[in-house]
Design a protein around this ligand. Structure first.
Ligand code: IPE
Ligand code: IPE
Ligand code: MG
Length: 243
């Protein structure tokens, strides 16, 4: 086969998920909301494991938004405890499976112990690259954009950046997601059809899929079905597709 006949490798597939519906999953069974969050966290493992076989190279999960601080102290502390437990229990497995775990969001508001744990697991898995797993904690698209704008403004004010050089690429490079491709597909579970401040800049041309399934019930099989459906979508990026 001549070199020009070899098809290019498939583009990286970045799937971003809004893991919603944990609370409803629990309350519909008469259980506390935190039980739903625990089940939701357990669900992450099988979804992560399913990604490489589906051609997914990047998976980004929305775990806690900048607006989720409005919830009861009990729920917020419970969620933070779940995040720590997830990092502790999964670090070894993730690194053995070639998963690189990173976080996006403003971590300065998080407990210092949790911040240290996050930095530790990022370093531990830094050399893995089979799957790039990113977890959004205290993340909000607007907050991320504001922090990026502030950083660029500071550099400009200090004379280190010419404002005329701020273009799309420079702005994207100042976001938390600077090392990640834009998401191709954003999935939201639980039947809500809104994006709740998730990846506002990055999702400019993402495809969306909304499923009524509550996150603790979301299976690798459903993910596979959504990815298959995505493969048939015609993405135009503002252009015209020739017949
Ligand atoms: C998503 O589940 C998890 C977080 C937002 C932390 P929810 O807790 O929002 O579940 P519902 O939407 O109340 O069912
Ligand atoms: C979005 O879910 C945030 C996460 C899944 C972490 P929410 O449940 O917080 O969103 P709203 O309040 O229904 O928009
Ligand atoms: Mg919700």
């Amino acid at each position: 086969m001549a070199a020009e006949d070899i098809p290019p490798p498939p583009a990286p597939l970045h799937v971003a998920i809004i893991m919603d519906g944990n609370g409803r999953w629990a309350t519909s069974r008469g259980w506390p909301r935190l039980v739903g969050h625990r089940r939701g966290a357990e669900r992450v493992r099988s979804i992560v494991e399913a990604c490489p076989a589906l051609g997914i190279t990047h998976l980004t999960l929305y775990a806690f938004s900048t607006e989720n601080w409005k919830r009861s102290t009990e729920e917020v502390i419970g969620l933070m405890t779940i995040f720590s437990a997830y990092i502790r229990s999964e670090a070894k497995r993730l690194s053995a499976e070639g998963v690189r775990l990173r976080f996006i969001g403003d971590r300065t508001r998080l407990d210092h112990k949790l911040q240290r744990l996050m930095a530790w697991v990022e370093a531990k898995t830094a050399h893995s690259g089979r799957l790039h797993l990113t977890v959004a904690i205290n993340y909000g698209g607007r907050n991320e954009i504001v922090r990026a704008a502030r950083r660029l403004a500071c550099e400009a004010a200090e004379g280190r950046l010419d404002p005329a050089r701020i273009d799309d690429a420079a702005f994207a490079a100042a976001l938390d997601t600077c090392d990640l491709p834009d998401p191709d597909l954003v999935i939201r579970t639980s039947g809500e059809t809104r994006i709740s401040n998730y990846l506002l800049w990055q999702s400019a041309y993402a495809e969306y899929e909304f499923t009524p399934t509550l996150w603790p019930d979301f299976t690798p099989e459903e993910l596979a079905a959504i990815v298959r459906k995505f493969a048939h979508r015609e993405r135009r990026f503002g252009g015209v597709v020739s017949a």
